[in-house]
Write a protein that binds this ligand. Structure first.
Ligand code: ADP
Ligand code: MG
Length: 238
């Protein structure tokens, strides 16, 4: 388990500064939701934490260690993105076990982890199927399962439910809450959906144009918005 400490993070694409001197402390074991309109820099921030893009300035610590320049695989994170990015030719079982197989985890240990993740996510009857034989919700469960099997201390979610219908979204929201209670790891969850933020978050970070507008519990942010932008954004229908 580990927290994430971001100091004075700046990310530029050419002359466009997308993240602007951002400070953020993600506590170990919390469910932090990043909420903000499309284009405000949520995905960019996650990609920087994951090590998928270079930062222009600042520092990223994960589990108390400076990871600003570290390879993605060394950061102890699991990523779950909107498009499921499963390996289409591999079974669910192979998709789940791929990460630890590559990093040389012993076979019986991998089997134990896959079994546990499959049980948590109701994937046991589906282990022999290929991704094409799964529904959208089942595919997203496999993507979550991969992060569990890697035993990541920090999970990064980038709008993981946005391709699913309302009923499935509600169901997966409940499962994610339960999962977080069972695993107790750090979750950083990006969404532009206010309902998701209110129901999942221990704390919400509201962003606008690469700048944090407010950090607080769902109740704090909803009842005492820091400014008109936060008030308007939380009040707007999703
Ligand atoms: P969000 O996830 O909040 O919708 P993004 O982080 O995807 O926002 O994008 C923030 C801004 O950065 C947008 O203006 C987007 O066009 C720009 N951006 C994102 N990725 C790149 C990139 N690889 N190259 C250039 N501009 C980018
Ligand atoms: Mg995005």
């Amino acid at each position: 388990m580990s927290g994430v400490n971001i100091q004075q993070l700046s990310i530029r694409f050419g002359s466009n500064e997308v993240i602007k001197g951002l400070d953020l402390q993600v506590h170990e074991g919390e469910f932090l939701v990043l909420l903000g309109p499309s284009g405000c820099g949520k995905s960019t921030l996650l990609h920087a934490i994951a090590g998928l893009i270079d930062v222009s300035g600042g520092r990223i610590e994960i589990g108390g260690q400076d990871m600003t320049e570290a390879e993605p695989s060394a950061r102890g994170i699991g990523m779950v993105f909107q498009s499921y990015a499963l390996y289409p030719t591999m079974s669910v079982e192979r998709n789940l076990s791929f990460g630890p197989r590559v990093s040389g985890v012993p076979k019986d240990e991998i089997a134990r982890r896959v079994q546990r993740a499959a049980q948590m996510l109701h994937l046991e009857p589906l282990l022999d199927r290929k991704p094409a034989q799964l529904s959208g919700g089942q595919r997203q469960r496999v993507a979550i399962g991969r992060a569990i099997v890697r035993e990541a201390g920090v999970f990064l979610f980038d709008e993981p439910l946005s391709n699913l219908d309302a009923k499935l979204r509600a169901e997966l929201r409940r499962e994610l809450k339960l999962l977080h209670r069972q695993l107790g790891n750090t979750m950083i969850y990006v969404t532009h959906d206010q309902v998701e933020a209110m129901t999942l978050a221990s704390r919400i970070v509201v962003m606008k144009a690469g700048v944090i507008q407010q950090i607080g519990t769902p109740t704090e942010v909803y009842e005492r918005p820091a400014n008109l932008f936060v008030a308007g954004f939380l009040g707007a229908p999703s």
